[in-house]
Design a protein around this ligand. Structure first.
Ligand code: IMP
Length: 201
């Protein structure tokens, strides 16, 4: 049985204001004061893990140790089946220092072409780690499966969304209404499990 969260304050282990706001909204029914690692002056740790879960866990643990407060971290990315799961935990880094995801998508397409890969299957993964100051942690992972299209389609979403066509749908994540993506995404699935296990009364 997962440990339930009965605290009043939670630090989101992220310096991304958009992510902190989104997570705060998801947790708003539970009357928890949500702050960010940046507000506590905690620097982002180096992501040295070799899995999404390991990176989420190390980010949450670093913030909990620095603040003495419970912390929630996420780590996510795109795993392309014919590329043995790449870009995977390096999904953000494939976009280079200028965070150019047109370039990152092009790199994925070129890598698939170089392999002559017929399999264009891929999935997004989101790992979550909720850590308590006594060292306990709970972990959750959500996944959405799909196919990579080329050229990219749509201007909504972010990252690799325009080349990701979720299974059973005609629109890419880049073309879809944001609310529809948020209903089925890897992040939504991981959060649903987290809320069910740790937050819902
Ligand atoms: P992070 O978890 O914030 O480090 O994000 C990792 C990277 O994975 C992002 O920069 C995106 O490139 C990619 N990614 C994660 N989730 C999504 C998504 O929902 N759509 C598109 N790209 C995503």
């Amino acid at each position: 049985m997962a440990r339930r969260f009965d605290g009043k304050q939670l630090v989101i282990a992220s310096h991304n204001p958009g992510k902190v706001r989104e997570i705060g909204e998801l947790l708003s029914p539970f009357r928890i004061a949500v702050t960010s690692a940046a507000q506590h002056g905690v620097p982002e740790p180096e992501e040295t893990g070799t899995t999404f879960l390991a990176n989420a866990a190390l980010k949450a643990r670093a913030v909990t140790q620095a603040t003495g407060l419970p912390s929630l971290a996420d780590d996510s990315g795109l795993a392309v089946h014919a590329l043995d799961g790449e870009p995977g935990i390096y999904s953000a880094r494939w976009a280079g220092p200028s965070k150019d995801f047109s370039l990152a998508m092009k790199k994925v397409e070129e890598a698939l072409a170089a392999k002559g890969a017929a399999d264009r299957g891929a999935h997004f993964i989101c790992a979550l780690a909720l850590a308590w100051p006594d060292g306990h942690a709970e972990h959750f992972e959500g996944r959405v499966d799909g196919t990579l299209v080329w050229p990219p389609r749509g201007t909504r979403g972010f990252g690799y969304d325009p080349m990701f066509l979720p299974d059973g749908h005609a629109l890419t994540f880049g073309e879809m209404e944001p609310a529809r993506k948020h209903d089925m995404s890897h992040r939504a699935r991981a959060f649903a499990d987290l809320v069910l296990a740790c937050f819902r009364p």
